[in-house]
Design a binder for this molecule. Structure first.
Ligand code: PHE
Length: 330
């Protein structure tokens, strides 16, 4: 038996060890065969014979167990060694993250206005009727207030439908002059290739003493800004209507910035609408208690800018986290 124990102790692999177990304790193993001899042993020797065999079985089992743990430990170490990752090794295929096109466009616009000395203001996403509508001269019957267009909460708060309530909050807490932008998330009940229920806007508001701010100032700032964003485009102001500005305009850029086959975004008319703006309505100043002030404001959709700049056809693709799209912005 010592021979078998020696063999077990010298086993080189778990496979070899298993073979040794079968050879000793298996159905046809040497020890099992010894046990079958019991029946032929004279009664008076049976006890000592059985004791001897049991002791041998115990020794072999113990040797097998010990060796098994040893070999398993060795195998595990070998596996760990072979799977070791050298985190200090140089890899020139490191995949880096990148700004999401919406964040990148937002950052570009914010930085542009920071350089013009605009302050960045923020407001809550959950707004009340006063800040989102009433103070902005949006009368009760205005279609934007409709349940079909706005997400209302049970307590009559709502998810802000534009960044304009930040104008109100800023004027209520600060004195003129004001020179601010309000970048942020807004919500509307809409979903198609150019609308998602969540999107981003940036708003600007400039207020100073009456007669200091005119539509001409607004026009100048916007033409400069749009040419910074889109290159040498023509800029067109079209009369329009917003309850919180008077006069109001929508601003178009000419399609020249996107020539060639790659351009999927130009319109039939050769003009693309990019933002809304106007001179602050007196009713807004009344709502916040500003007297003898004048100002201008404009607001734009970040996603729309990102789509125009990068020729992205479907707004929804910006929010699908598809790395084939995002990978192009590294
Ligand atoms: N709040 C308007 C919108 O969401 C945009 C706007 C802002 C227009 C400021 C004029 C002045 O459509």
């Amino acid at each position: 038996m010592t021979l078998w124990i020696e063999k077990i102790q010298n086993a080189k692999s778990l496979e070899e060890l298993e073979n040794l177990r079968v050879d000793t304790l298996g159905k046809k193993g040497v020890l099992t065969i010894e046990f079958t001899k019991m029946k032929d042993i004279p009664a008076e020797e049976k006890k000592s014979f059985a004791e001897k065999l049991n002791l041998q079985k115990e020794q072999i089992t113990k040797a097998l167990d010990i060796k098994k743990v040893e070999l398993e430990f060795e195998a595990l170490n070998k596996k760990l060694e072979s799977e070791k990752i050298d985190v200090t090794k140089f890899n020139n295929e490191l995949s880096c993250g990148a700004y999401h096109p919406v964040a990148e466009t937002m950052n570009r616009i914010v930085n542009y206005f920071l350089n013009l000395n605009f302050a960045v203001e923020e407001g809550p996403l959950v707004e009340d009727d006063f800040h989102n509508f009433q103070a902005l001269n949006l009368p009760e019957y205005h279609p934007a207030r409709d349940m079909a267009d706005t997400f209302y909460n049970k307590d009559y708060t709502l998810l802000r439908t534009h960044t304009s309530p930040v104008q109100i909050r800023t004027m209520l807490s600060q004195k003129a002059p004001i020179r601010m932008i309000a970048p942020g998330t807004v919500f509307r009940r809409d979903f198609d290739i150019t609308h998602t229920p969540m999107f981003h806007q940036i708003e600007a508001l400039v207020v100073d003493d009456a007669d200091k701010i005119s539509f001409a100032n607004l026009k100048h700032v916007l033409v400069e800004f749009l040419q910074h964003m889109f290159g040498e485009v023509d800029v067109r102001f079209r009369p329009s209507y917003f309850p919180f500005t008077e006069p109001s305009a929508e601003v178009d850029i000419s399609c020249v910035f996107c020539k060639g086959d790659g351009c999927r975004v130009c319109s039939q008319t050769g003009w693309l609408e990019v933002l809304g703006c106007g001179v602050v309505d007196q009713n807004v100043f009344d709502a916040v208690g500003y007297k003898d002030k004048s100002g201008y404001a404009f607001g734009l959709g970040i996603e729309r800018f990102a789509m125009l700049i990068h020729s992205i056809g479907d707004l929804r693709s910006l929010f699908e986290s598809d790395t084939r799209l995002l990978g192009q912005f590294k």
